[in-house]
Each structure stands twice: as structure tokens, then as C-alpha cells.
Write a protein that binds this ligand. Structure first.
Ligand SMILES: [Zn+2]
Ligand SMILES: [Zn+2]
Ligand SMILES: [Zn+2]
Length: 412
């Protein structure tokens, strides 16, 4: 019977196959499943959440390299004609000889208690442009839904990867914001179409450079930050230090190193009025020539910030926001943000890596695993039905799961 999602049950069997290894197998009863999500929660002082979106023909999967000393909760979510259907949850400690235990309670209800939520939304109004920054709680999330409205009309709806924690909205992204016209931004987290009731909302009014504060006096300031056009340090951590930085403030005129003309702010860029050379403030009271930067400038901030390379890897991060800038194979020195990737991120790696087209297929740029479009999302069609969980625990233990949060620069 089509109707209530509860009318469909999903049978999941969970086996401890050895130390650190858990085997999962399933079949959807009466469910014409369109795809599966394998749900894993690492319990403990700091919970971690992982969901693997698997193609509909997959009916078993093993997770290896789990910690023998942790307890995990596992369940399987099936996408069906009648909506999402969830198996019971199993509590499992991956140590040889320990049997998994079925948790009491309905699968979907337990899942509802573990959905991520948007906690805080901040907007930066600029010239025909705004940047939204948000934070979310830990929990299951596969889409960040963002809507922007003006004059009561929907201007844009975006479905973003959960890894994205800020985005700039302007004509380049097809959002036509007018100066002096209030814009409303709403951000919500959702998972498998299940959305927590609340979304965060905030308003701001785009305005030309220098007029942002005045144009936004009518909005609650708590949710606003302003572009920082100064050479002084961006963050004043201790109030008593604030006085010392004033000597470096915007009035200190700087001269172009090449032609000795005056350098001034234009459209949030620090540009030489003579030769047009661009300079980048370091946020520590200093500035650098954009043309001489090793990795160039970021795509996420205005004023632009320096790109830095994370030690031991080839990934580039914005020095202010921490946002990753991705070099796709075959695109030379071009870099992209996660929100501009053509196929989004993979299901096979942690941290997730970009999906790329190779021949007819879409594959993970790191593992080369095949991904298939199912129900509007990219699902993993695994060649080896094994997930190496080592990276999850390593990321969590190193506290890296928190890197790349917002990096909101405080306006003055
Ligand atoms: Zn010059
Ligand atoms: Zn940036
Ligand atoms: Zn991958």
C-alpha cells in the first residue's frame, strides 16, 4: 500500500566480522528501493556521523578499521516510492566475539533525533552582493538548502553540500541583488528529504562600498558583519590591544611598489591608482602584491585573502575563511570552491573528494570509484563493497572535523 512510510520495513543484519570490522547486509521488503543510505554514528564524548549513499543494486557492505574501543550505532535508510524507510538501529562494538544489539524504538524516530541543524546565520552586505555564513550542529545532513528573497519574490534556491559553510551571492551566481533593497536569506539543513522544522533566517541590504553600515541600520546587527577595508589586524581579541592598531588604520596611505602612486580601495580591492597593481592585506597590518603570491588569492572573500597550502597535501585553503580551493585535473591553475563543483563531492572518501567526469562515467577524483545519479543525487556504485573508516576516527581525533568553519571577519 502506498502511503505511510511505516508501511515499508527494511531488514538489516549486522555482524561483527572481526576486530574493527562490521558486515551489513539487507533487503527491502515490499520496497522498490531507489537507493540506500548506510547510517553510522560513533557514540562517545564527541559523536561523529557518517552516511554512505549507495546505489540501489548494492545489498551488502562492510566497514573496516573501526575502533575496537568505541560503540557505533548503525541503520539503513531506503528511499522508496512511499518515502524514506528505516531499519531498526543496531548498537555494535567491533570487537571479535561481541554481538550487535538491536536498539529499542522506531528507526525513523531515532534518526529524527540525530539530524543536523543550522545554528547561526550571519550576513555580510556588499555592493549588489551579500555573503552568508552559517554554523551547523553535528548530525546527519546531506543538503544545505539556501533561499534568497527580495521584494517578497524568490530570487534563488540553492542545494549545497554539507561541507559548504558560506557562500557569496551576486550576479556571478545568478542572484540579482539591488543596492538599497532588503534581501532575506533562509538556510536549512536536511537529510534524505527529512528536514528539521526550523531554518535560520536573516536580512540585510546590499549597498555600495562604504555605505553598507548606513544602509543596514534598520536590521538587527547581531546577524550582520561588514567588509573590512583596513590594513590593521582584522580580529581584536583583547580590547586593550585595540588602541595599538590604530596607527595602521586605513588612513595610513600606502604607495605602489612599482610606480609609487597611491594605493586605494576600489570595489573592495586595494588597487594602485597609477598602474592598477593589486595588493592584498594580510589581516596583520601588512599587505602583499597579489601578482607575487605563490598560490594566488581566494575566491571566497571580498576583500580577497591569500591562499595557503595545507602542510603535507596539495589542497589550498583561504587564509581567512579556511575554505578549500580545489584544483580539478586538467584545469591547470584554475581553482574552484566546493559550491562550484559540477558534480559535487564523492560518497567513498572521508573527507569527501570532488567527483569528476572520466569518459562516460562520473567518478571520485581520488579513489576512481563509480558514482551514479539516483533520485537527484550521486550514489556510490562500489567495486569493492568496503568502507575504510580509519579516516573518520582520525579526523575526529585530530579535531579536523571542525576545520573550515566560517572564518567570519569582524567588521568595524
Ligand atoms: Zn602602481
Ligand atoms: Zn577567502
Ligand atoms: Zn571518494
Amino acid at each position: 500500500m502506498a502511503g505511510s512510510p511505516r508501511s515499508v520495513s527494511v531488514a538489516l543484519s549486522v555482524t561483527v566480522e572481526g576486530d574493527g570490522r562490521v558486515g551489513l547486509a539487507w533487503r527491502g521488503e515490499g520496497a522498490d528501493a531507489r537507493g540506500y543510505q548506510l547510517l553510522v554514528i560513533r557514540s562517545g564524548a564527541r559523536r561523529s556521523y557518517t552516511a554512505l549513499k549507495l546505489s540501489r543494486e548494492v545489498d551488502r557492505y562492510a566497514i573496516t578499521n573501526l575502533s575496537r574501543h568505541q560503540r557505533y550505532l548503525c541503520a539503513l535508510l531506503a528511499a522508496t516510492e512511499a518515502g524514506p524507510a528505516c531499519s531498526p538501529w543496531y548498537s555494535v562494538t567491533p570487537r571479535a566475539g561481541l554481538a550487535p544489539r538491536e536498539e529499542p524504538g522506531a528507526g525513523l524516530e531515532l534518526l529524527a533525533a540525530h539530524l543536523a541543524r543550522i545554528r547561526r546565520l550571519t550576513l555580510m552586505p556588499q555592493d549588489q552582493r551579500l555573503t552568508a555564513f552559517w554554523e551547523r550542529s553535528e548530525g546527519f545532513v546531506d543538503t544545505i538548502a539556501l533561499e534568497v528573497r527580495a521584494r517578497g519574490k524568490l530570487l534563488k534556491r540553492l542545494a549545497l553540500e554539507p561541507e559548504v559553510a558560506s557562500i557569496s551571492l551576486d550576479a556571478c551566481r545568478g542572484v540579482r541583488l539591488q543596492n538599497g533593497e532588503s534581501a532575506l536569506v533562509q538556510v536549512a539543513a536536511s537529510f534524505a528529504g527529512l528536514a528539521p522544522a526550523a531554518s535560520e533566517a536573516a536580512s540585510c541590504t546590499p549597498a555600495p562600498q562604504g555605505g553598507e553600515r548606513e544602509a543596514n541600520q534598520g536590521h538587527p546587527q547581531r546577524q550582520l558583519v561588514y567588509p573590512f577595508l583596513d590594513l590593521g589586524p582584522e580580529l581584536v581579541v583583547f580590547e586593550e590591544d585595540a588602541g595599538e592598531t590604530s596607527a595602521l588604520s586605513s588612513s595610513a596611505s600606502i604607495l605602489c611598489r612599482a610606480c609609487r602612486s597611491r594605493v586605494a580601495w576600489r570595489s573592495y580591492r586595494l588597487v594602485c591608482t597609477g598602474c592598477g597593481a593589486e595588493y592584498i592585506p594580510t589581516g596583520r597590518g601588512d599587505y602583499l602584491e597579489a601578482g607575487r603570491l605563490r598560490f594566488g588569492t581566494c575566491r571566497c572573500c571580498l576583500p580577497k585573502k591569500i591562499l595557503i597550502q595545507r602542510g603535507g597535501s596539495d589542497s589550498l585553503l583561504c587564509s581567512a575563511s579556511g575554505k578549500e580551493h580545489i584544483r580539478l585535473p586538467g584545469e591547470g591553475a584554475e581553482v574552484r570552491l566546493i559550491e562550484d563543483l559540477p558534480f559535487g563531492l564523492c560518497q567513498c572518501c572521508r573527507p569527501r573528494r570532488p567527483l569528476v567526469r572520466r569518459g562516460e562515467a562520473v567518478r571520485c577524483s581520488k579513489s576512481d570509484e563509480l558514482h551514479r545519479q539516483e533520485g537527484g543525487a550521486w550514489a556510490l556504485a562500489p567495486s569493492q563493497p568496503v568502507f575504510d573508516a580509519r579516516a573518520i576516527d582520525e579526523l575526529l581525533d585530530a579535531g579536523l572535523a571542525e576545520i573550515g568553519a566560517t572564518g567570519v571577519s569582524r567588521g568595524r
